[in-house]
Every structure is written in structure tokens, then in C-alpha cells.
Design a protein around this ligand. Structure first.
Ligand code: ADP
Ligand code: ADP
Length: 226
């Protein structure tokens, strides 16, 4: 599960200029795909449309054959990890990780098992009763990752999830994130402007520039091309 198909996807916020121009590609099930390009080239817009957080102006996006924009949010089998973590400040780490499952009426025992499993994978067990404000930036980012993996969705969407971390923590979290993707057998789409990140993480890279898809291929294909 988790094949994503973009078919002539277009986005204009103002009806005149294009944030994203007629983009088509398929993200194969189980692949890790990065959207790479400079600020303002349309990466987040593309990711938000895949998430169904932003309407397409034209074209279609399907996940496993179903159009994301025709599914209510709680029926979309995907989890989004935001750059600024987007944790609920009044909830504990446990409650933050459990929230998405609660919304989907997951049985309590399952929620508990999944939250504890996610906490273990990310070494968050000691922090389950803390509030986000009592955590470091790196710990908060792991909670945001934990909240996503507790859901065990078919698709993970990441919007520059490591950019607020220092270099050492970024490398470590990047390795963890790729490992989790592989262990969970998920499909991942990951937004970054960092070439090295794209190179080390990706099965395929979608290179974007000014709203256009310039290239779509393996890291080797992208970096070996003239
Ligand atoms: P990136 O993620 O690559 O930095 P974005 O997708 O955020 O690029 O932006 C692509 C273009 O769309 C930019 O020109 C940006 O100014 C514009 N844009 C993004 N979000 C909005 C919005 N909510 N309203 C209007 N324009 C937007
Ligand atoms: P109930 O309302 O039936 O007491 P809860 O939702 O409070 O159920 O708890 C169900 C399970 O979730 C418990 O086994 C508990 O271990 C776990 N749990 C709930 N909240 C927390 C929390 N803040 N920290 C750690 N574990 C929690």
C-alpha cells in the first residue's frame, strides 16, 4: 500500500501565477522520494497537495487509486511531519503520540501498544509524561516522528523535518528516519533543499525549479546527468 500518482498536477494560489506547473510522476510503493529544490520552487505546495491540505488547481493526486481530496482527513492513510513539529503544547508526549489514533477510534489497548513501541524506537520512554515545552528541540522532533510512526500509515510526508536540528543530531535523526521508513514498509515523500540529504535518503529524487519538475530519477541518474 502507498503508491502515489501525480497526474498533471497544477497549482495557482492567485489564479494567475503557477506555484506548481503540470507535474506528473509516480511514487512507487515502499520508495523514499525527496522533493529537492531551492526555496519557493513549489516543494511544500506539492507535499501539501499530496496530503490533501491544499487543493489542486488542476490534475489529480491518488494514493492507492483513491483521490486524496475526496477522502475526509481521518480516512487518509498518511502521516505528516512538519518542520516546526506542530505538537500540542497542552498535551503530554504520550497524548501527542496517541492523539491521531484516538481521533481514528483505535482501541485503547492498541493505542497504548503503538505509542509505547514508537517511544521505544525513538528512545522517548523517559519523556512520556512531559509536555513539549520541557523537551529539547531534538526531543520534540522525535516526538513528531513518533506521532507519525505510531499511526503506521501507508504514506509518510515530511516537510524539512530536520532543519531545526544541529548537524550532529540531524545526521543521527536522518539515519533513524530512513530505518523507520524501511522497517515499517512505508512510502515516504520528503521535502528538502539539502542535496546531501536527498542523496543519502532517496530511492528517487524529484528536482524542482520555479514550479517545474526538472528531473525525476535515482540519485545516480540525477548526479551523473550532464
Ligand atoms: P518551497 O516549499 O519549495 O519553498 P512553496 O511551495 O512554499 O515552495 O512555494 C511555491 C510558490 O508558491 C512560492 O512562490 C510561494 O510564494 C507561493 N506560495 C506558497 N504558499 C502560498 C500561499 N499560501 N498563498 C500564496 N502563495 C503561496
Ligand atoms: P483509562 O481512561 O481507561 O484509564 P487511559 O487512556 O488513561 O485509560 O490509559 C490507557 C493506557 O494508556 C494505560 O495503560 C496507560 O498506561 C496509558 N497512558 C495513558 N495516558 C498516559 C500518559 N500520559 N503517560 C503514559 N501512559 C499513559
Amino acid at each position: 500500500m502507498g503508491e502515489i500518482v501525480l497526474d498533471r498536477v497544477h497549482k495557482s494560489y492567485d489564479g494567475k501565477t503557477s506555484a506548481v506547473e503540470e507535474i506528473s510522476y509516480t511514487v512507487q510503493q515502499g520508495h523514499f522520494v525527496t522533493l529537492l529544490g531551492p526555496s519557493g520552487c513549489g516543494k511544500s505546495t506539492t507535499l501539501n497537495m499530496i496530503a490533501g491540505l491544499e487543493d489542486v488547481s488542476g490534475g489529480t493526486i491518488t494514493i492507492d487509486g483513491g483521490r486524496v481530496d475526496e477522502l475526509p482527513p481521518d480516512k487518509r492513510d498518511l502521516a505528516f511531519v512538519f518542520q516546526d513539529y506542530a505538537l500540542y503544547p497542552h498535551m503530554t508526549v504520550y497524548e501527542n503520540m496517541a492523539f491521531g489514533l484516538r481521533m481514528r477510534k483505535t482501541p485503547k489497548a492498541d493505542i497504548d501498544r503503538r505509542v509505547r513501541d514508537a517511544a521505544e524506537r525513538l528512545s522517548l520512554e523517559p519523556f512520556l509524561d512531559r509536555k513539549p515545552r520541557d523537551l529539547s528541540g531534538g526531543q520534540r522532533q522525535r516526538v513528531a516522528l513518533g506521532r507519525a510512526i505510531a499511526r503506521r500509515p501507508a504514506v509518510f510526508l515530511f516537510d524539512e523535518p530536520l532543519s531545526n536540528l544541529d548537524a550532529l543530531l540531524r545526521d543521527r535523526t536522518r539515519t533513524e528516519l530512513k530505518q523507520l521508513h524501511q522497517e515499517l514498509g512505508a512510502t515516504s515523500v520528503y521535502v528538502t533543499h539539502d542535496q546531501e540529504e536527498a542523496l543519502t535518503l532517496s530511492d528517487k529524487i524529484a528536482v524542482m525549479s520555479r514550479g517545474r519538475l526538472e528531473q525525476y530519477g535515482t540519485p545516480q541518474e540525477i548526479y551523473d546527468s550532464p
